[in-house]
Design a binder for this molecule. Structure first.
Ligand SMILES: NC(=O)C1=CN([C@@H]2O[C@H](COP(=O)(O)OP(=O)(O)OC[C@H]3O[C@@H](n4cnc5c(N)ncnc54)[C@H](OP(=O)(O)O)[C@@H]3O)[C@@H](O)[C@H]2O)C=CC1
Ligand SMILES: O=C(O)CCC(=O)C(=O)O
Length: 253
C-alpha cells in the first residue's frame, strides 16, 4: 500500500510525504517488520526489505511472516511535533493493514520506541500501549546481533573478548551492539531501540539467546548438508520453512 501523508509543519506550511507498508508473506504467522524513515525510502527498497523479513523470521524459526514500511523523509530535519503528526497521518492511512494478529510494526532506521508509541496510540488499544511502555526492551536487536555472533565464534573456539569489532553505524542497533560487545571484553563502538514484551527482560534475553543459537546451528547443518556458504545455508533454510508453511496451509506456492 502506498499512501500520501500531508502534514502541517511548524512554520504553518503544508508538506506531503509518501509512505509505504508492504506485506510479503504470512504463511508462518502474522507479518512482522520495521518502519523506516529515511530519504532513500522507495517502493523497491521497502518491497525488498519486506521479503527479507519473511526469510529472517523463517531462519530464526519464529512464528511470523514478513512486511516492511517506510516514509520518504528526513527525520533529522523534522521537529518532534512534525514527526508525531506524520506518524499519526501515516498510521491512520495504513490502519486497516496493521494489528497484533495481522501485521506488527517495529522500529527501523530513523524510527524508535517513541514512533511505536505514537503508532500504538493512533491504532491499537491503549492497553497494549501500556504493556509495551512498561516492558520495553530497546536493546533487543543489538543483543540478538551479539548472541548470533557468539554462536558463530563458538564454532571457532573463540570468545567476543578475543576479537576486535568494527560497527558500521552508530544508531540504535549499532550503539547497543557496541555496549554488549564492550561488556564482554571485546573492542567496539556503540547503538539502538524498541520492542514490546510481556516477559521480563531476563526471560526475553534468555529466549533470544536460545533462538539465535538454535537458528545458527540449523543454518550450520544446512551448510554441511549442501556444502555451501552461511549466506546460502541461511537463505535455503528460510525459503524451505516458508514453503513448508505455505503447503501446510493448502495455499498455492
Ligand atoms: N531498530 C531496530 O530495532 C532494528 C533495526 N534493524 C536494522 O539495523 C540497521 C540499523 O538500524 P537502526 O540502528 O535502527 O537505525 P538508526 O536510524 O538508529 O541508525 C542508523 C545509522 O545508520 C547511519 N546511516 C544512515 N544512512 C546512512 C548512509 N546512507 N550511509 C552511512 N550511514 C548511514 C546513521 O548515521 P547518521 O546518524 O550519521 O545519519 C546512523 O548511525 C538497519 O539496517 C535496520 O534495518 C533491524 C531490526 C530492528
Ligand atoms: O522486529 C521487527 O519486526 C523489525 C525487524 C526489522 O525490521 C528488520 O529486521 O529489518
Amino acid at each position: 500500500m502506498q499512501v500520501e501523508c500531508t502534514i502541517l509543519k511548524d512554520d504553518g506550511t503544508l508538506s506531503c510525504f509518501v509512505g509505504f507498508r508492504i506485506q510479503h508473506d504470512n504463511a508462518r504467522g502474522p507479518m512482522k517488520g520495521g518502519i523506516r524513515y529515511h530519504p532513500d525510502v522507495d517502493p523497491d527498497e521497502v518491497n525488498a526489505l519486506a521479503q527479507l523479513m519473511t526469510w529472517k523470521t523463517a531462519v530464526a524459526n519464529i512464528p511470523y511472516g514478513g512486511a516492511k514500511g517506510g516514509i520518504g523523509c528526513r527525520p533529522s530535519e523534522m521537529s518532534t511535533n512534525e514527526l508525531e503528526r506524520l506518524t499519526g497521518v501515516f498510521t491512520q492511512k495504513i490502519h486497516d493493514l496493521i494489528g497484533i494478529h495481522s501485521d506488527v510494526p517495529a522500529p527501523d532506521m530513523g524510527t524508535n520506541s517513541q514512533t511505536m508509541a505514537w503508532i500504538l496510540d493512533e491504532s491499537f488499544m491503549g492497553i497494549h500501549l501500556q504493556l509495551l511502555q512498561e516492558s520495553q526492551l530497546e536493546s533487543a536487536t543489538g543483543l540478538g546481533v551479539v548472541f548470533g555472533t557468539e554462536a558463530l565464534l563458538a564454532e571457532y573456539g573463540k570468545l567476543i573478548s578475543d576479537m576486535k569489532f568494527v560497527i558500521q553505524d552508530f544508531g540504535n542497533v549499532g550503539s547497543w551492539t557496541a555496549k554488549f560487545i564492550y561488556e564482554r571484553g571485546g573492542y567496539f563502538e556503540w547503538v539502538q531501540n524498541i520492542q514490546g514484551f510481556m516477559w521480563d527482560e531476563e526471560k526475553v534475553n534468555h529466549e533470544l539467546q536460545k533462538y539465535m543459537r538454535r537458528s545458527f546451528l540449523d543454518v550450520k547443518a544446512m551448510c554441511q548438508t549442501l556444502n555451501c556458504s552461511l549466506r546460502m545455508g541461511s537463505f535455503t533454510s528460510g525459503v524451505n520453512r516458508v514453503a513448508r508453511a505455505t503447503l501446510l496451509r493448502g495455499w498455492q506456492a
